[in-house]
Structure formats: C-alpha cells, structure tokens
Design a protein around this ligand. Sequence first.
Ligand code: NDP
Ligand code: MG
Length: 402
Amino acid sequence: MTDRQRIAVLGATGSIGDSTLAILAAHRDDFEVYALSGYQRLDKLLQLCQKFKPSRVCVPLDKVDEFAAKLMQAGLATEVIGGIAGLDDMASDSAVDTVVAAIVGAAGLPSTLAAARAGKRILLANKEALVMAGQVLISLVKTHGATLLPIDSEHNAIFQCLPPSIQQDNSQIHQPYHGVRKLWLTASGGPFLHHSFEHMQQAGVAEAIKHPNWSMGQKISVDSATMMNKGLELIEACHLFDLSEDKINVVIHPQSIIHSMVEYSDGSFLAQLGSPDMKTPIAHALSYPKRIDSGAQPLDLFALSALEFIAPDLQKFACLRLARQAMQAGTQATNVLNAANEIAVAAFLQQRIRLTDIAAINEQTLNQVVVPALASDASIEDILAIDQAARRYAETVVAQLA
Ligand code: NDP
Ligand code: MG
C-alpha cells in the first residue's frame, strides 16, 4: 500500500472531480485520495470527505471554521485549509505526487502554477491556465521537472496518438523524422450545430447548456455552445504540443467518437476513439504509461452508424476565429480573450445578455484592451493584471448590452 500514488483533486466537487473520484474509488490499491478542494458545493465536499477520508481539504477562507466543525462532528481528522493560499499549499504539498487541476476558469491558474513549481505530475483539465499563461506554465514545468498530462479529451487523444519521445518532450515534435504534419481537433459542434444564428440569439440558458454528447460543468457547456471551448482548446493545443495555430485544424464531428487526430507526412491519420466519457482520458493520465480500467462503457462499434466531419462555420461560431486571432497576437491576447469570455459567460448564465453577445463582448474586448506582451518568466501578478484589465473592460461592454 505504501507506493500508492497520492492524489490532490483541486475542483473535487465538479464534473471532472466526479469522474476522477469514480476512478480513484475503483482503484484504491493504486491511488490515495490525499487532498480535495471545493468552493460552493461544500455539502458535497463533506460527503466526499466521509467517503475518501483525505488528509487535507481546502475550502474558501471564510468557510474554514464552519467546515472544520462539520468534519469534527463527523468524526474526521481531515485538516482544513483555506483560500488561494490553501490551494497553492495543497498543490505543492511534499506528500502529493499528482495534482488533478480541475478548478474552472482563471481561479485554477495559481494552484496549477504552484504544482508546476513544485515539480508535480499535473493532470490538466483547467485549460484556462494555458490560455492565460501558456509559456509561463510550460516553462515552469520544464524548469522544475514537472509532468503535464492533458485530460481534456481532445488533447489526451492527440497525446495518445504521438510517439513516446514527443510525449516526454514536446519540442521533439519538430524533428522531421517524426513526420507530424498537423493536429486535428474534433468538436461536437454543440447544441446549435444545426440551428441558425437567429435561433442561437434567442436561446435560453437551459438550451445552451444541454450538450448533445457530454455532461459537463456550466461554464464549459456554454463555451461548447459558442465553440469558444474549441477556441480555448486550440490555444491549449498550441502550448501543449509546441505548435503554431496554423498547424492545428478544427473539424466538427457531431458523434464525438473520434476525440482528435494526428496527421503524419506519409498520409497516416492516427485517431483515438472511445465513448464520450471523461473517465477514459482521466484514467489514461492517472495511470500513464500503464493502463487501467476506467469504468467507461466500451465503444460499441456495431451500434455506430456514420461518422460525420463538417467544417466549422466561423460566422456563426466567431469565438473560434477570435481564438486564432488572439493566438497569433500572443499570450497576453489569449489572456484577454479568456477573461472577456469568463465575464461574458457569467453574464449569460445570469440572463443579463444573449448567448450571441458572448462573441461580440469577446471581440470588442480583444480588440480594445491594449496590454503589454507576457514573457515566459512573467509573474503571477503580471498575468493577473492583464486578466483584471480585460475583465473591467468586458464588464463595461456587458453593462452596455444588458
Ligand atoms: P464544474 O463547474 O463542474 O466544476 C468546477 C470546480 O471548480 C468545482 O469543484 C468548483 O467548486 C471549483 N471552483 C469554481 N470556482 C472556484 C474558485 N473561484 N475557487 C476555487 N474553486 C472553484 O466544471 P468542470 O468540472 O466541468 O470543469 C473543470 C475544468 O475542466 C474547466 O477548466 C473545464 O474547461 C475543464 N474540462 C472539463 C471537462 C468536462 O467534461 N467537464 C472536459 C474537459 C475540460 P464548487 O463546485 O464546490 O463550487
Ligand atoms: Mg475538450
């Protein structure tokens, strides 16, 4: 039992947290649930503490005493820490081997950077960290000997389709003998693929977050509806695989069976297929380079009808175009885009703006907020200063539209 991998799940109460903990529960001999974090769903976090008995748990700062009292009442010895510093502490805890970075949005950035600085094995769900601070995170990973394993399904698929030498060192992707020509990110197209822009304009929250194939948190579900998610993933892929955006194609594949592909110079396309279930990429990354049972339903090939491939409509899904524009401009611009999008998505979820306003807010913020370039050794303060400037501007655009 002593060589169990010790895991910290940051964002344990969310959708990725659910899938991760389902795998960890089924493999208790291989993994120890050492630390968990939650934010608002603290009743759920308490149940998780009762089930997994972690050594440490992190909650918002103003909830520490109350949560500690509840744990005591439940007879649990779990240590409670709080706030952003608590998350950093958990991510860099010397007892932790693996950090599952599954907090949503910019809130996940500091702890992901802390995990990199501490040389951890990082299972990255929080794509926003790479969008806000790609080179900074990658450079910390390299300097401190951390390991970054993607659990976003598309990136995990691409990772699986690359040779081990590129998996271990992404700069190897440029070796001509590997013959990597392009990456193909697949997208489901979301709930509005077959609807008009006018229909999207009128869509309410319930319709927008009802994803055809995946069950996910609210923010990423809205991102999927606008295809900003694929834009964020394009940026994520550039950093993870050390490629410029023109080397990455996006194709809509409504069945979500092929999770992404690598195109090679000899004409081969390598694809990873599976049921649309996040447990597969998470299990892959948890046990990499070994394989374990993820608990996902095996793909029933005979039940599949056709696999379709459609080019995305960049007028209807302008966020995808904006992501390429921002990536060409640099990380400061992708940071601005991410911040604008978080503000716009929150405003949509509060029913203050229309779904289609999100792209307009993102575009205006991206074009109007002028910020300095971000170096690969930029501080967290530099990164967050850009994020904050973009948020302030995006809020004013929301106020005009609301
Ligand atoms: P959820 O909304 O389901 O979960 C988000 C988690 O983050 C929850 O544990 C939440 O706590 C916590 N959290 C939210 N805000 C804060 C904050 N300010 N400080 C600390 N913790 C916070 O999201 P998902 O699980 O769907 O997504 C998580 C990340 O994974 C996102 O970056 C998403 O893009 C990415 N991802 C998700 C996929 C999916 O299938 N769900 C697929 C690929 C990537 P609480 O619930 O207690 O408030
Ligand atoms: Mg994805």
